[in-house]
Design a protein around this ligand. Structure first.
Ligand code: SAM
Ligand code: SF4
Ligand code: SF4
Length: 359
């Protein structure tokens, strides 16, 4: 059964909607992760560990105008936050044009991007002037050899230059996301935190997740939230949790000197109960959960002439049926938990990949 919630959301024209529809667990839709490409210029071991991939056909990739039309429909349904992602979103040619289209939509109060940073030195200024609000750079290591081993590209300097370019362009405070993997980079917690602190950026430590793409995941490699906090407390003294009033996945904490950092404990302490996120792939398939086996095709209805009203009805029918709590279900598997999918399953259906779905 769905619930109707009071809403302060605005329709594209600025008009107020009366209600926002909630899913089966009373969760409204507010956040849309928009993947603009499934291609990437890195091959992170926790996301794209294989040698070969099945790519989405280019004829299926939504144009910026198609994405913009769909975002209007999502905004009418209650979405007020969009995060551009991928694959590597900055590989999408002229991304700043899409940013401009989206930034001109009054209902969108937050327009952000998650990027590996390699192309930020070329693009940060254009993204800023096109209206992008916030940037998150994924950065798992500060060691050149380790970056190469982890991503199969010798590109640490490009990522670090990207961070500086984003700061110069005025994206402050910048967020830095680091997936922490035991035996790989868990000895860099303090270095990463201090690198972020020196730049007044906020680092978020992400637990390694058993999502599609992470074919080499094992529970032993996960450094749980409690351990991360204990290690940081041992080094920096007492850590205070900061009250958080949003449904954002990161729990935020403060060190004695006021340095703020986050932990995203998707693996050991999932936050499905307040999950107001969904994902649209670059070819227009809408997923209600990172772990969902299937999604809803929005591209074909759009290309076959469905108007905003019909598309809105499709969103409503789909969202109000939502029961997804993927990470909680994975957690309940306890000792039986292994990598979600093998290489063959992913080859057969690229939509199951993290780099297709967006993180
Ligand atoms: N390429 C961009 C980047 O890396 O920032 C955007 C896409 S990437 C799929 C989005 C986020 O997903 C990144 O921060 C990445 O670290 C995270 N991610 C990918 N695989 C993950 C995994 N197995 N566990 C935790 N986070 C993961
Ligand atoms: Fe790494 Fe992001 Fe590319 Fe995945 S999509 S391989 S996380 S840079
Ligand atoms: Fe939301 Fe699914 Fe992630 Fe849970 S696992 S927080 S329902 S996307």
């Amino acid at each position: 059964m769905s619930t109707l919630l009071p809403s302060k959301n605005l329709l594209p024209g600025g008009e107020r909607t009366a209600v926002t529809e909630a899913d089966n667990f009373g969760r409204p839709l507010r956040n849309l992760r928009l993947s603009v490409t499934d291609r990437c210029n890195l091959r992170c071991a926790y996301c794209m560990p294989e040698e070969e991939y099945t790519w989405l056909p280019s004829r299926d990739i939504l144009s910026f105008e198609e994405i913009s039309s769909l975002v209007d429909v999502f905004c009418g349904f209650g979405v007020d936050k969009v995060r551009l992602t991928g694959g590597e979103p900055l590989l999408r040619r002229e991304l700043h044009r899409l940013v401009r289209l989206l930034s001109e939509k009054p209902p969108l109060k937050d327009l952000a991007i998650t990027t590996n940073g390699l192309l930020l030195s070329e693009q940060a200024a254009a993204l800023k002037s096109s209206g992008l609000h916030r940037v998150t750079v994924s950065l798992d290591t500060l060691k050149r050899d380790r970056f190469l081993a982890l991503t199969r590209r010798d590109a640490l300097s490009g990522a670090l230059e990207g961070v500086e370019a984003a700061l110069r362009a005025g994206f402050a405070p910048l967020k830095l996301d680091a997936v922490i993997i035991r035996g790989t980079n868990d000895d860099e917690l303090f270095d990463l935190l201090e690198y972020a602190r020196e730049r007044r950026a906020e680092i978020r430590f992400i637990e390694y997740m058993d999502v599609g793409g992470a074919t080499r995941w094992s529970p032993e490699q996960v450094v749980p939230r409690e351990e991360l906090l204990a290690r940081l407390e041992q080094r920096y003294g007492q850590i205070e949790p900061l009250p958080e009033r949003t449904s954002a996945p990161a729990e935020r904490f403060s060190l004695r000197d006021g340095t703020v950092f986050g932990i995203i404990a998707s693996t050991t302490a999932p936050f499905c109960g307040s999950c107001d996120r969904s994902r649209l792939t670059a070819d227009g398939i809408w997923y209600l959960c990172l772990y969902a086996a299937g999604g809803t095709d929005l591209k074909h209805p759009l290309r076959n002439g469905a108007g905003p009203k019909e598309l809105r009805e499709l969103l409503s029918r789909t969202w109000t049926m939502r029961t997804d709590r993927g990470a909680e279900q994975r957690l309940s598997m306890r000792d039986k938990r292994q990598a979600l999918l093998g290489q063959d399953a992913l080859r057969g259906n690229p939509h199951l990949e993290m780099h297709t779905r967006g993180g």
